[in-house]
Design a protein around this ligand. Structure first.
Ligand code: F6P
Length: 532
């Protein structure tokens, strides 16, 4: 782990506080645009496969300069280089963080680099060895995907997994619907709530169904319960070919075999669950868009990796966004961020980004386990536009809290219905404009304060490479803010306690035993005790 300065101890942190008190807090976007004709030019940029306009954010050149100083004082570059060198920067689990290696092309073998300056010695993966394993598995998985795609007896693919083993593939399969081969239907079952699996199974025939059991650990309670029920359903419906109708995507190939699944695609402990869509966990995506499409998806992400790894911090989009996040969270005190994709196919993107950012950066202690004195992950939420405009945008325009927004607009439509796309895009631009310019009305109720910040992303078209690049952009943005906050963005101890308590409570629902429980929990156990 980096021995770099924690953000609140860096000299630039104090300078930023002073700058915020003197000017930052009062920045008015309308005046900033009037005063600086070069604002859009300075605060927008192209990055691989996309364009981002940051100019409607509450920043200016002096703020960005101070944030960049903070990044340097906190050792952001050394921490980034440590990740790309295969060092075990996930120190609480003693693991490397190498999802980027899953996107590294076959013909460019990365070398294990020397430890970057400022990074404590620790374990380092042999990158060349891991890279060879990545491509061996990728080739096998893509060959399997093509075989299943050509097999017309398989009409339904059911992915059983949760969290990172569900949200990414589900989001990507929906987002890339335009590229999905006809004749196959994709279903995603994550919840231990049997209503979900039961509804999916209702429409299926065992001989036409392929189940993918996706679990990094192959121990997650929800996934194991759903996998058991799916297997039971398959056998009770007359299915006899488990090998042909079940595949496992996991780092725990042994457990999958014990479960009775022989077709397995592995990955490695240096791939975090929420960063695993690029590994075997991406098999549903490969089945949906084909081997070539999946390679394009990886290539888009790799292009963003290279941008993050090599672009100067001043024009490094994930870095600029991560610094903006720190500025908003720790100086303006904003506690949430809204994601508004103006493309219906991106409807699961907010949920996916929620896990990516909140599970990564929802931490309260620094690398040394000491409590931090500043806010970390904001709440991420959102819905596609224009739907959100008729639901919660009221609060965004006139509510008492300021919530920075992220618009995602796609230039070229993936359908040929006339008239819709210009309406959609005009709405996206208009909302960003309205939030910023506001409207004076002395009567009060019709007054829009304006000066509400937003970022505007533009994709030319929603293709596999664009989606890959955008997700990698977010991964590195989360890395950046997490690095400045000095937290470990790659563990998730906070999910453990609830799992342990649920294990204790489940038998109590049957037995009615409430010994040792607090009065509220005991009351709920009694009320919700077994019906069956
Ligand atoms: O919710 C905790 C978590 O460990 C996530 O990080 C992960 O994506 C999810 O559970 C599923 O884990 P697995 O892939 O091991 O089943």
């Amino acid at each position: 782990m980096s021995d770099a300065l924690r953000c609140d101890r860096a000299p630039a942190w104090a300078a930023l506080r002073q700058h915020f008190d003197r000017e930052g807090r009062a920045l008015d976007l309308r005046r900033a645009f009037e005063a600086d004709s070069g604002r859009v030019q300075a605060l927008s940029q192209e990055a691989p496969h996309l364009f981002a306009d940051l100019s409607k954010n509450l920043i200016d050149a002096p703020t960005e300069a101070l944030l960049l100083r903070l990044a340097r004082e906190c050792g952001l570059e050394a921490h980034r280089d440590a990740m790309f060198a295969g060092r075990h920067i996930n120190h609480t689990e003693d693991r490397a963080v190498m999802h980027w290696l899953l996107r590294q092309p076959k013909d460019s073998v990365p070398k294990t680099a020397a430890a970057p300056a400022g990074v404590a010695q620790g374990a380092t993966e042999n990158i060349a060895t891991e890279h060879a394993r990545v491509h061996e598995t990728l080739d096998a998985m893509l060959a399997y995907a093509e075989k299943v795609r050509a097999d017309h007896t398989i009409t339904d693919v059911v992915n059983i997994g949760i969290g990172g083993s569900d949200l990414g593939p589900q989001m990507a399969v929906l987002a890339l619907a335009e590229f999905v081969a006809p004749g196959k239907h994709f279903h995603f079952v994550s919840n231990v709530d049997g209503h979900e699996l039961a509804a999916v199974l209702k429409g299926l025939a065992p001989e036409h169904t392929l189940f993918l059991i996706a679990s990094k650990t192959f121990t997650t309670a929800e996934t194991m319960a759903n996998a058991q029920s799916a297997k039971r359903w398959y056998e009770q419906s007359g299915g006899t070919d488990i090998a042909g109708h079940f595949a496992a995507l996991t780092t725990n190939v042994e457990a999958a075999k014990q479960f009775g699944i022989d077709t397995t695609f592995g990955f490695w402990d240096w791939v975090g669950g929420r960063y695993s869509m690029w590994s075997a966990i991406g098999l549903p995506v490969a089945l949906a868009i084909g081997a070539e499409g999946f390679r394009r998806f990886l290539a888009g992400a790799h292009a963003m990796d290279e941008h993050f790894r090599t672009a100067p911090l001043e024009r490094n989009l994930p870095v600029r966004l991560g610094l903006l996040d720190v500025w908003y969270r720790n100086f303006h005190g904003f506690t949430s961020r809204c994601i508004a994709p103006y493309h219906a196919a991106l409807r699961r993107l907010p949920a996916y980004l929620q896990q990516l950012e909140m599970e990564s950066n929802g931490k309260q202690v620094d690398a040394q386990g000491q409590p931090v004195t500043y806010g970390t992950s904001p709440v991420l939420w959102g819905e596609p536009g224009t739907n959100g405009q008729h639901a919660y945008f009221q609060m965004l325009h006139q509510g008492t809290d300021v919530v920075p927004l992220e618009f995602i607009a796609v230039h070229e439509a993936g359908h040929d219905l006339p008239g819709h796309q210009p309406k959609l895009l005009a709405n996206a631009i208009a909302q960003a404009q309205a939030l910023m310019v506001g409207k004076k009305d002395d009567g009060g109720h019709k007054n829009f304060p304006g000066n509400r910040p937003s970022t505007f992303f533009v994709f030319e078209r929603l293709t596999p490479e664009v989606l890959g690049a955008f997700v990698a952009l977010y991964e590195h943005r989360v890395f950046t803010s997490g690095a400045l906050w000095g937290i470990n963005s790659f563990d998730q101890w906070g999910v453990e306690l609830g799992k342990v308590l649920a294990k204790d409570l489940e038998p109590r629902l049957a037995s009615g035993d409430t010994t040792g429980l607090d009065a509220s929990t005991a009351g709920l156990v009694t009320r919700l005790g077994h019906k069956q």
